[in-house]
Design a protein around this ligand. Structure first.
Ligand code: FE
Length: 235
């Protein structure tokens, strides 16, 4: 089976948000689609381990923000690679509260929906939420971000909890740590560790390249933020 086939399936890029009590959380999702028009039903696939999954089950509502192509990787990284268990993603993000009291991210957003949960299907690693759109609004005329654009232009990857994550040799090799006198650096957005002993061969960086010698336009191969968002790891 050719797993690259899976990347030929088209998706958009969204932030799904919900709440639990007075706590808000949201996360990037690509598995969102409309499945009927009368009533207008949408599905959203969310990893069972993610905080947003728990929040939607508890509250019975979720919002879908359709992201703009102008979204930068730091913004996507915050919602796609960081957990609401560790940070408050809404602290420095533009959002509104819908009539249902559910938060809706409006930053880098083209349009949004608020859905009332109708049904939930547990598919093992993920839950598929089926919701009826009860609010819908277009915010601007910007171009919606597609998953293809995210991967090919923004050079974004899938976090391990995404339905589209595919394990590559690189992930397997990450387990094998090599000795090196040069320091490793960790991405503060997604946790990727740059190991000079490994380099970043997929992006043309040879093994043995010090972090300091990486080109200025080098970006985190997992979430796409620049070198300035890396911190040196203590040896
Ligand atoms: Fe990163």
């Amino acid at each position: 089976m050719d797993l690259n086939t899976f990347f030929k399936v088209g998706y958009g890029m969204y932030i799904i948000s919900s709440k639990l009590g007075d706590k808000y959380n949201g996360q990037i999702a690509n598995a969102v689609m409309q499945v009927s028009s009368d009533p207008p039903l949408f599905t959203a696939g969310i990893n069972n381990n993610n905080l947003t999954c728990k929040y939607i089950k508890d509250t019975g509502y979720f919002s879908v923000s359709v992201l703009s192509e102008e979204s930068d990787m730091k913004f996507i990284g915050k919602f796609g690679f960081k957990s609401g268990k560790n940070i408050d993603k809404f602290l420095d993000t533009e959002y509104i509260i819908s009539d249902t009291k559910i938060p809706v991210i409006t930053e880098n957003t083209v349009a949004y929906l608020v859905c009332k949960l109708i049904n939930t299907v547990d598919v093992g690693t993920h839950c598929v939420f089926i919701g009826e759109a009860i609010e819908a609004k277009v915010l601007n005329d910007k171009t919606p971000l597609t998953y293809k654009y995210y991967r090919e232009v923004l050079r974004g990857k899938s976090p391990k909890t995404a339905p589209t994550f595919i394990k590559t040799n690189k992930h397997v090799n990450e387990i094998k740590q090599k000795e090196s006198k040069m320091s490793k650096y960790e991405c503060t957005v997604c946790g990727y560790v740059y190991d000079p002993a490994e380099g970043d061969p997929e992006n043309g960086i040879k093994a043995g390249t010090a972090f300091e010698d990486l080109p200025d336009d080098w970006v985190c191969p997992d979430c796409g933020v620049g070198k300035e968002d890396f911190e040196k790891l203590e040896d």
